[in-house]
Design a protein around this ligand. Structure first.
Ligand SMILES: Cc1ncc(COP(=O)(O)O)c(C=O)c1O
Length: 396
C-alpha cells in the first residue's frame, strides 16, 4: 500500500528513523546501545516454563477460551492488592483493567479521550511512541521543559491559563529517554495544579520497580484517584507476555473496558494466568525483582565509569537512579547525533539520536544510551567507539 492511500492521520507515524536504526543495529558486528528492550537474561524463563506447564495441565480450557474484556479477575485482584499496599490507597479489581502491554493502555486512553485537534500536554523530550499515539488521534501536542526535578511548573501554569489540554502525559519515574525522576515536591505541586485546573493526568510508569537502591517517590496515582495510571510487566517479567494494566476510578475503568472491546475483545489470557501465578508466589516475585534491580544497577554503574573515563571532556549526563537509560548531551552544540549515526554505524556502535524524542526544538546534540542488553566487555568497546566518533566529528 502506498502512503497516499493511508488516512491522513497516519502521516506522522511513517517516520522510519527508529526502525532503520534498529535494523542497522541488528548487524551482529554493531554494538547497539540504541534498543529500548529489557535484558533477556533477567527473564525468569525456568519459573515461567514450570508455571505454563502447570496452567496447561490444571486449567487448559480457561487458558484457551475467550474471556471477559476487563481481564483475568485473579490478576486484577492481585494488582489491586499489591498497589493498595504500596500506595496506601484502597483499590479493588474494579479499579484495574488488563491491557496488551501499557502501550495499548496509552492507545486506549487516547482513543477514549481525544477528539481531533485536542491539546495533549507532555514533556520535552518524551517517549516517542507516545507521541506517535497522540498524532494518530490527531491531537496537537505541546510540551514543557524538563529539569532534573521534573517539569517546569511556571510553564505548566502558563499552559493551564490558555486553552485547556485534554490531558497531561507524564513518565515521572526514570523517564524514557532521560532517566529523570521527579522529586516528591514537584509531584505534589503538579497534583495541586491539576486539581485546581481540572487537568487529567496520564501517568506512564514502566520503570519505577527498576530502582537501583532507594525506592523512588510514590507515583502521582498514589495520591489521586483522578490520575489514570498505566502499568506493565514488560520490564519486571518479560515484554513478550504483553501484560499491562490501567488503574483508574471504577467509572473510568468501566468506560475504558467498553472501548477496549472493539480493539481486541480481551488481552491474551494465558500470559495473564502466567503473571497471576508468578505474582501469587510473593517471595519468588520479590527475589526476582531484587536480582533484576541488581543487574541493572551493576550495568548502569559500569556505563557510568566508562563514560567518566572516555567522554567527560566531550559530553554531559546525569546518572540515573533506576530504569534503563543514560541521556547524553554532547558539549559541541553544533554536532547533530542523527547525522552522526551513519558514521557511528561504520564504527560499529549504535544509539538513539535524541531528536526523535522531542515535540519541538530538538536538542540535536543529545543521544539516548541503554545499558540493558550489552555485556560489560561490549559496553567498554561501545563507549570507546562513541568517544572516537565524537572526536572524529569535532575534527570534521
Ligand atoms: C515510557 C514507556 N511507555 C510504554 C512502553 C510500552 O511498554 P509495554 O511493553 O508495556 O507496552 C514503553 C516501552 O519501552 C515505555 O518506555
Amino acid at each position: 500500500m502506498t502512503s497516499t492511500k493511508l488516512a491522513k492521520r497516519t502521516q506522522k507515524l511513517l517516520d522510519t528513523t527508529v526502525i532503520d536504526l534498529l535494523k542497522a543495529a541488528a548487524n551482529p558486528n554493531v554494538i547497539s546501545l540504541g534498543g529500548g528492550i529489557p535484558a533477556s537474561r533477567t527473564f525468569p524463563t525456568l519459573q515461567l516454563a514450570r508455571i505454563t506447564n502447570q496452567i496447561m495441565q490444571e486449567a487448559p480450557i480457561q487458558a484457551l477460551q475467550y474471556h471477559q474484556t476487563a481481564g483475568l479477575s485473579r490478576l486484577r485482584k492481585l494488582i489491586a492488592h499489591q498497589l493498595s499496599q504500596e500506595w496506601g490507597r484502597q483499590l479493588s479489581d474494579q479499579n484495574v483493567l488488563i491491557t496488551t502491554g501499557s502501550q495499548q493502555g496509552l492507545d486506549l486512553v487516547s482513543k477514549a479521550l481525544l477528539d481531533a485537534k485536542d491539546i495533549v500536554l507532555t514533556n520535552n523530550p518524551t517517549y516517542f511512541v507516545a507521541l506517535q499515539t497522540f498524532y494518530a488521534y490527531e491531537a496537537q501536542i505541546q510540551a514543557l521543559s524538563l529539569t532534573q526535578a521534573g517539569p517546569d511548573l511556571d510553564q505548566l501554569q502558563a499552559k493551564l491559563q490558555k486553552k485547556k489540554p485534554k490531558f497531561y502525559y507524564v513518565i515521572p519515574t526514570f523517564q524514557n529517554p532521560t532517566g529523570i525522576c521527579w522529586s516528591s515536591k514537584t509531584r505534589q505541586e503538579v497534583l495541586v495544579l491539576a486539581e485546581k485546573h481540572g487537568l487529567t493526568i496520564i501517568e506512564d510508569d514502566p520503570y519505577s520497580q527498576l530502582y537501583f537502591s532507594q525506592r523512588p517517590p510514590l507515583p502521582l496515582a498514589a495520591s489521586s484517584e483522578k490520575v489514570i495510571y498505566l502499568g506493565t510487566f514488560s520490564k519486571t517479567l518479560a515484554p513478550g507476555l504483553r501484560v499491562g494494566f490501567v488503574v483508574a476510578s471504577a467509572q473510568v475503568i468501566r468506560q475504558l473496558t467498553l472501548i477496549k472491546q472493539s480493539m481486541d475483545l480481551h488481552s491474551a489470557i494465558l500470559p495473564q494466568m502466567m503473571v497471576a501465578k508468578f505474582l501469587a508466589k510473593e517471595k519468588l516475585y520479590q527475589a526476582h525483582l531484587d536480582s533484576t534491580r541488581q543487574f541493572y544497577r551493576q550495568q548502569a554503574a559500569k556505563l557510568k565509569t566508562l563514560l567518566t573515563q572516555e567522554l567527560s571532556q566531550l559530553a554531559q549526563w546525569s546518572t540515573p537512579k533506576g530504569g534503563m537509560f543514560f541521556w547524553l548531551k554532547l558539549k559541541s552544540k553544533s554536532l547533530d547525533t542523527k547525522k552522526l549515526l551513519s558514521l557511528a554505524l561504520k564504527l560499529k556502535v549504535a544509539y538513539v539520536p535524541g531528536a526523535v524524542f522531542y515535540v519541538q526544538k530538538p536538542a540535536r546534540n543529545t543521544l539516548r544510551l541503554s545499558y540493558a542488553t550489552v555485556t560489560p566487555t561490549d559496553l567498554e568497546l561501545a563507549v570507546k567507539r562513541l568517544a572516537l566518533l565524537v572526536k572524529k566529528a569535532k575534527r570534521r
